[in-house]
Write a protein that binds this ligand. Sequence first.
Ligand SMILES: O=C(CO)[C@H](O)[C@H](O)COP(=O)(O)O
Length: 222
Amino acid sequence: MSARINPSILSADFVNLQADLERIASADLVHVDVMDNHFVPNLTFGPQMVGRIQDVSPVPLDVHLMISDVDRWAPGYAELGAYSVTFHAEATGDPVALARRLRSIGARAGIAVKPGTPIEPYLELLPEFDQVLVMTVEPGFGGQSFMPETMPKLQALSAEVARTGLDVWLQVDGGISADTIGIAAAAGADTFVAGSAVYSGSDPASNIALLRAAAEASTHTH
Ligand SMILES: O=C(CO)[C@H](O)[C@H](O)COP(=O)(O)O
C-alpha cells in the first residue's frame, strides 16, 4: 500500500499560510478544516478563505466540513474546485443525496463519523462514497490524543471494502503521529490526516516522510 499523508492546516500558521502550504508540497493532499463554532466548538474559515487556499496550494484540497447545515454549504466547496469534500454523517439527514450532489459537481465525496457514531448504518452505503473519515479524536481541535477504541470501525470498513472490491479510501484524523499511525494502518486506514505531527519542529517534509514510512511499514507487517 502507498499511504496517503494529508497534513491538516489547523496546525499551520494562519498568518503565513501560503508559506506553510509550500512546506508540505510532498504531501498527497492538504486537509482543510472548516469549522463553524456550532457543529464543533471552534471556528476557522469559510468558502472565501478556502478558495484562496485552492488558488495557491501546491497540492489539491481535502476539505473536511465540521459544520451544521451541510446540505446548504457543502456543494459550494465542490464548486470552487476542492478535490474532495467530506461532510459529517451527524450533520445531514440524507448523506446519499449530498454525496451524489458533490460527485455530480466533480468532487470526491467523503463521509465522516465522530468517535461516538457507529459505522454499521453506513457500510451498505459505501458505493455512494469515495472516502470515509473515521475521527480518532472528538472533532474541533488539534493536538488531542488518538482514541484506539475507534479502530473496530476501521476494521469493519476495511472488511467491507475487501468484500466488495470498492475503491473507497479509509481516512483517519486526530492524534496521528509516528507512534500511532501504525495502529491505524494495521486496522485498515490508507489515508492519514496529521496536524501537529507534520507542523511540529522545523521540517514538515521530513515529518511527512517519517509518517509515510511508519504507515507503510506497519501495513506490510500486518
Ligand atoms: O479535524 C481536526 C480536528 O477536529 C484536525 O484535522 C486534527 O485534529 C488534526 O490535528 P492533530 O493531528 O494535531 O490531532
